[in-house]
Design a protein around this ligand. Structure first.
Ligand code: G3H
Ligand code: 13P
Ligand code: ZN
Length: 339
């Protein structure tokens, strides 16, 4: 099937009471790992590319790799999503390329670092919603800011999502999905110890879901940073500090409270790096890239398949037929006319 609207994927997830992992990619092996995991577990899936990924792949490679993915895995509903679009032009170029979903992250200014005002966020997000919905494309917005700057995203300041602002933001912009800040951050170093309710504010998610029951909530910074993956990287020459990620059981609690999209990148990076380091350390005579990229791809597939089962999306690939973007456009237009 062709690339599917993320809104449809998340509407179906809400109906089925499960979450859908959104996994970052930068190259062919990562796309293959995700698609193989989706086939293995019969899962619908979101593949997402950041601005950095688009520049690394030069857009055209990314686009054609994704065409290969939908051609080779016709039974898997898959959305192509722009992660952390920094300004309307970035989102518009992704939509024009064929992305079926974009994130307009107006919680930060165009530099991707400076916290933005509510008014700025509403203005840029609304501009993207108007452009995207006229083409049947989904939009994710963000209210509040995550902590952490190690991957270059964010200001380093945490601003937990204010539920009143979240409600006003959704009503003023019409976004399909909303990323909320409740204590996570991007990267491998989220918490110094196992997170408690003091640092990971699951009650905030519960409240936002209660007040916005029809908005799909998005959890950024959802890597669990499994100790065994960190240990493998370090065992074979890496130098990662001890770190805690988001426990899977907390993500599952979020899913029970309206979280439908779960962003994971760091865990994939750890799986890939650990597998490559192992080959380099154990077989220093090897120099064929396939000797280390194959185990890297397999390690990422294993991780993603586990997350697909954890999030509940496993087994749901065959539940529905894909709606076309034209059908999605008509749905948005009908909803706007009825409002
Ligand atoms: O949120 C950030 C993602 O992990 C993507 O990171 O901008 O380094 O590609 P990136
Ligand atoms: P992690 O760094 O926890 O994998 O989060 C990724 C993310 O939120 C991408 O937008
Ligand atoms: Zn993110």
């Amino acid at each position: 099937m062709p690339l599917v609207s993320m809104r449809q994927l998340l509407d179906e997830a809400a109906r089925g009471g499960y979450g859908v992992g959104a996994f970052n990619v930068n190259n062919m092996e990562q796309i293959q790992a995700i698609m193989e995991a989706a086939r293995e577990t019969a899962s619908p899936v979101i593949i997402q590319a950041s601005r950095g990924a688009r520049s690394y792949t030069n857009d055209r490679f990314l686009w054609h790799l994704m065409q290969a993915a939908v051609e080779l895995y016709p039974e898997i509903p898959v959305s192509l999503h722009l992660d952390h679009g920094n300004e309307p032009a970035t989102c518009i170029s992704a939509i024009d390329l064929g992305f079926t979903s974009v994130m307009m992250d107006g919680s930060l200014e165009g530099d991707g670092k400076t916290p933005a005002s509510f008014e700025y966020n509403v203005a840029v997000t609304k501009e993207v919603v108007d452009y995207a919905h006229a083409r049947g494309v989904t939009v994710e917005g963000e209210i509040g800011t995550l902590g952490g700057i190690e991957d270059g995203h964010g200001s380093g300041e945490v601003h937990l999502t204010d539920p009143d602002e979240a409600v006003a933001f959704v009503h003023e912009t019409g976004v399909d999905a909303l990323a909320v800040a409740f204590g996570t951050s991007h990267g491998a170093y989220k918490f110094a110890q196992e997170p408690t309710g003091e640092v990971l504010k699951m009650d905030l998610i519960e409240e936002i879901h209660r007040r916005l029951p029809d908005t799909h909530l998005v959890m950024h910074g959802s890597s669990s940073v499994p100790p065994e993956l960190v240990a493998q990287v370090n065992k074979y020459g890496g130098a990662l500090k001890p770190a805690w990620g988001v426990p899977v059981k907390e993500i599952q609690l979020g899913i029970q409270n309206g979280v439908r999209k779960i962003n994971v990148d760091t865990d994939s990076r750890l799986a890939v790096t650990g597998a490559i380091r192992k080959v380099f350390a154990e077989s220093p005579e090897k120099f064929d890239p396939r000797d280390y990229l194959k185990p890297a791809r397999a390690a990422m597939q294993e991780l993603i398949a586990a997350r697909m089962r954890d999030f509940g999306q496993a087994g749901h690939a065959g539940d529905y037929e894909a709606l076309s973007l034209e059908e999605m456009r008509e749905g948005y237009a009908a909803a706007a006319a009825a409002a």
